[in-house]
Design a protein around this ligand. Sequence first.
Ligand code: ZN
Length: 405
Amino acid sequence: MADPCTTLVALAGKLDKLALIRRLCDMIAIPSENPFDQAPSLGYREQEMGDYLLQRLKELSFEVDSHELSPGRRNVWGRLKGKGNGPSLMLVGHLDTVGTEGYPEAFRPRVDGDCVYGRGACDMKGALACYLETARLIVESDIELNGDLLIVGVVDEEWQLTGSQHLGLHGPWADYAIVGEGTSSGANKELSICAAHKGDYAVKIRTFGTAVHSSVPEQGHNAISDMAEVVRSIDRYHRELGQREPHPLCGHGTASVGVISGGSMACTVPDCCEIHVDRRMLPGETVEQINSEYEQLLGRIPRLRFEIGDPLTITAALDVPVDCEVVEASVEAYKAVTGNLPTIRAHPAATDAPNLGFPAVIFGPGAVEQAHTVDEFVRIDELEIATKVYLGVVLRLLSAEEADV
Ligand SMILES: [Zn+2]
């Protein structure tokens, strides 16, 4: 195979910007809102988004398949078989979007100036459109890949990440992945490579007291007063987390109380109070370790009766070594495409990447600030850069002799 850099320049010159934009607009027009805690029904067309992706991949001669997780919810994928035993690469995107309340233009894609507007433009149908253009450029060239290229659409990223969890357990798998969540940042809107992010663990904590008439509070035990102590100790805990050894990309873990409720009426000393605590975890931290920190923290408060409930949320942290092949290939491809060295940083939000079970970096068009807004857009130049970088990574990794993991 020719030098990947020369091949990349030749192939990138054939990028069809209009086709790329057209496919993105097609996908924005498919309302694939996550149904969240509802069963998928009319209007929640995640599956139709999956069918669209499958159809395009089939046209490109990919072998396509899917897994149904629950009625109407299906992970879909296509595989372009490599000719040898080289490593395989998966380009992963989620099929769902967040809701569209207060966003009447959500499913009417619009190209205006340098941007494409509509729900999912940057989160993350833009990346899916880039994957399809990458696939087209490879398929229509005479390049032979040594390893398999997979393009995968997963369901339910915006709520419980069940799509990527299922994929991690049941496949398909690959040696490396890119998850195309938007990584544009900074004043120059450069696309960064994100090799890590924090996880999230949210849990309810309850305090218990003894209810009595409020005219004789000394005869009862006030669960809200106790909770005030708990909240203060969690604030101190958060400050203490900031003193610990930081993760090189993620910085420090955090703890924050987001919800409080308790008591029923002013004239009764409350016997129960509840908070929801959100703990952003660094790679390597575990729920068990954090629960034992909570136990210790609360154990220091005199006469406190408390309970730590079942988790409300657990999402995994991501930590791919910066010298991992998929990070290095992404850096090299970015340099070849833009002439600049990319920033390697942590992604601000949780993603599907840690659920896959093999090294995955996050790199894609669009910025987190535009995701989930009622004026979502993606810059067209970022779509072009992302496509070329994906192409560069495919050429670099899939021309290697064998997987090195
Ligand atoms: Zn997303």
